[in-house]
Design a protein around this ligand. Structure first.
Ligand SMILES: [Ca+2]
Length: 241
C-alpha cells in the first residue's frame, strides 16, 4: 500500500516485482496540481476523459453547481464549482461526502441517500473547512458498504465500515481556487481492490446539520420539490497504458 507510507507522492505503477524482469516501469507524470491556485492544467486533458455534471436550473440544494472528475490509475481528481453563500457559519456539523459505485455494478453495494443507484460501495466523509472555517485540505475518512446488497430505493439505511483507519494517513488533498472552486484528489489506492471496471459512478454532497446544502448529480426541481432521484455520474477510468 504505497499511500500509507508515501502519502500523496505518486507511486509508480506496474513496477516490476521481479528484479530480473526488464519490463520498464511506467513513470507517472501527474497532469494536475492541487497546490497551484489554478485549474488551468485541466485544459491539457482530453475533454472526452473528463466526466462533467452541471445543474441547469432550480436546484433544490444550491451549494454545488458543477462537478468535473478525471480519474487515472493513481488519482481521482475533481473540481467542484461551489457557492459559498449557501454555507451557514457555525452550524454544528459540516461534511462533504463522496459516494462511489466503485465497480460500476449494482450487484455490489446498496442504495444510499440521495442517489438512484443500487450499487454504492464506498463513502468518503470529511470537510474542506476546519472548525474555525478556514479552508483545509479535504482528507476524508473512507467507509465501505457492509449492508445488504441491492435492497430497494425505500431502504436507504446505510451500513458502513471504516477502512484505512491508520492514524496520520493522508487520504486526499485539495485547494480553493478563488472563493467558489474546490479542486482536489483522492488516491486510487484507497479503493479496496482497486477499480475493476472501465469506469465507476460518483456523487457528491455537502451537508450541514446532516442536511444537504449541495448535491450533484441532482435533477432539476419543480416548485421546490425534487423531481426524482438520479444516478451517480459515470466516470471513465483512464489507464496509463
Ligand atoms: Ca457497486
Amino acid at each position: 500500500m504505497c499511500f500509507a507510507t508515501v502519502a500523496l507522492v505518486a507511486c509508480k505503477k506496474d513496477e516490476p516485482t521481479n528484479p530480473a524482469d526488464t519490463t520498464p516501469a511506467v513513470e507517472y507524470i501527474n497532469p494536475i496540481s492541487v497546490s497551484d491556485q489554478s485549474i488551468e492544467d485541466w485544459d491539457k486533458i482530453d475533454p472526452a476523459k473528463i466526466a462533467t455534471f452541471s445543474v441547469t436550473e432550480h436546484p433544490l440544494w444550491g451549494a454545488l453547481h458543477q462537478i468535473k472528475v478525471y480519474a487515472d490509475e493513481v488519482y481521482i481528481n475533481y473540481i467542484l464549482v461551489y457557492d459559498p453563500t449557501k454555507y451557514t457559519s457555525h452550524l454544528p456539523v459540516d461534511a462533504m461526502h463522496i459516494y462511489m459505485n466503485a465497480d460500476n455494478s449494482t450487484a455490489t453495494g446498496g442504495f444510499f441517500d440521495s442517489f438512484a443507484d443500487a450499487g454504492a460501495d464506498l463513502m468518503f466523509e470529511g470537510s474542506f473547512y476546519d472548525d474555525y472555517e478556514s479552508p483545509i485540505p479535504y482528507s476524508p475518512t473512507v467507509h465501505k458498504w457492509v449492508g445488504p446488497t441491492g435492497g430497494t430505493p425505500e431502504s436507504r439505511t446505510g451500513e458502513w465500515e471504516e477502512v484505512w483507519e491508520a492514524a496520520g494517513t493522508i487520504k486526499g488533498e485539495s485547494q480553493f481556487v478563488g472563493d467558489s472552486i474546490i479542486e482536489g484528489r483522492l488516491l486510487v489506492d484507497l479503493i479496496p481492490g482497486g477499480f475493476t471496471a472501465d469506469g465507476f459512478g460518483i456523487g457528491f454532497d455537502i451537508q450541514q446539520n446532516w442536511g444537504n446544502i449541495g448535491l450533484l448529480p441532482q435533477l432539476d426541481t419543480k416548485d421546490g420539490t425534487m423531481v426524482g432521484r438520479t444516478n451517480m455520474l459515470y466516470v471513465p477510468f483512464n489507464k496509463l497504458q
